[in-house]
Design a protein around this ligand. Structure first.
Ligand code: NAP
Length: 366
């Protein structure tokens, strides 16, 4: 089967290529690479070969593929998806962007938690398969088992989201902000006589400098956090917060709508999202049963014992970055009552949050 890849130069696309290379997926496909800006040029060496890049807006070249996988973004999907379908193209469209997620004909793919939904959709002839929002995927990789077993009445999630979720330029800007502050405070840091408060004052002055890099975030993220992600929706919620409930319910194809709500916060982590989660359980389920269900949720879901040593070793962005692990820790019943469960989870949002569900979908159709 012929597979066309669009958006492979971007951050999500790069991680997709890395994973397809390390899992040798490319051996099962006749591959074409597309570009919106470099058609006709040669690619660097990818999958042990170089490609002549095809034009990502050429509908004939796109429709010669059985499967298109795009990590290019919503604007690109808007431009090509409708025209391709109107032209009669009936191939699989696999997309990392949010553009088609809530379209009734599209299916959200996260096979470790919704394999049966995906298989049913393929046999029903569905053709649009879309990667869910990163935060939602990472949440379900952690607590999907408890939901599937019918133990959860509602979920409140407070997120700690990485800079990479806002795009490559934002991720770079965070590091530029680190570098700016290091230079700005270097003299004081090197002088043992300077107090921490003097350094704090210097950092505040640094934020106000016109050369402080903040074009992409519009605010400092280093030494700071931003409790607003994406655009506003009604009733004071952000679009990122809205996605949690609608996408999670769609992924799991739940009969009863599971309420999920919380506050999404950008923090100065590079590529791992974390979430502090409160679950209202349907009953006082014993901790041993909860542990067994969490451990069984997916092969990547890891139980972290609720102590300081295990937590700071295993339940942090620095421990998880670049891996497929989804640690779940700080699990305890709370003072609100035995049906209120507290937990914390971390995941690499470029892997399970973006590229990995798309890559794995390919094995369901070839
Ligand atoms: P990105 O890094 O900004 O890349 C998007 C495209 O920009 C590339 O495919 C490339 O297209 C073009 N580009 C222009 N100059 C480039 C350069 N110097 N280096 C690399 N690429 C360059 O986008 P992304 O963050 O991967 O996101 C892609 C899509 O995935 C978006 O819809 C996003 O919402 C979605 N998504 C992102 C994340 C995330 O964590 N960032 C998570 C889940 C889903 P050409 O080769 O055609 O020029």
């Amino acid at each position: 089967m012929k597979l066309g890849i669009i958006g492979w130069r971007g951050m999500v696309g790069n991680v997709l290529l890395e994973r397809m290379t390390s899992e040798k997926d490319f051996e099962h496909w006749d591959i074409e690479l597309f570009s919106t800006s470099q058609a006709g040029q040669s690619s660097p060496e990818i999958f042990n070969q170089t490609f002549t890049l095809l034009d990502a807006h050429d509908l004939d070249a796109l429709s010669a593929c059985d499967v298109l996988i795009t990590c290019q973004g919503s604007g690109y999907t808007q431009k090509v998806h409708g025209p391709l379908r109107q032209k009669g193209w009936n191939g699989y469209f696999v997309d990392a962007s949010s553009e088609l997620r809530m379209n009734p004909d599209s299916v959200l793919i996260l096979d470790p938690v919704n394999q049966s939904v995906i298989e049913q959709a393929i046999s029903d002839g569905k053709k649009d398969f879309i990667g869910p929002n990163c935060t939602v995927s990472l949440l379900l990789m952690a607590i999907g088992g408890l939901i599937q077993e019918g133990h959860v009445e509602w979920v409140s999630t407070m997120t700690y989201q990485a800079a990479s979720g806002a795009g490559a330029q934002n991720m770079k800007e965070l590091v530029q902000q680190w570098a700016f502050m290091t230079n700005h405070t270097e003299e004081l840091l090197n002088d043992p006589a300077q107090s921490a408060l003097a350094i704090d004052k210097k950092v505040r002055e640094g934020y106000a400098e016109t050369t402080f890099p903040q074009n992409h975030f519009g605010a400092p993220l280093v030494g700071n956090l931003l409790p607003w992600i994406d655009s506003a929706r009604e009733e004071g919620e952000t679009r990122e917060e809205w996605k949690a409930m609608v996408e999670a319910n769609k992924i799991m194809n739940l009969e009863r709508q599971l309420p999920i709500d919380g506050t999404c916060v950008r923090i100065g982590s590079l590529r791992c999202h974390s979430q502090g989660v409160m679950l209202k359980l349907t009953s006082d389920i014993p901790m041993n049963d909860i542990e067994a269900i969490v451990r069984e949720t997916t092969p990547w879901t890891k139980w972290v014992d609720n102590n300081k040593e295990a937590t700071i070793k295993n339940l942090t962005p620095a421990a998880v970055t670049g891996t497929l692990d989804i640690p779940v820790g700080r699990v305890r019943k709370t003072k609100l009552g035995n049906e209120f469960l507290n937990l914390f989870t971390v995941g690499d949002q470029l892997l399970w949050g973006a590229a990995e569900p798309l890559r794995r979908f390919l094995s369901f159709i070839n």
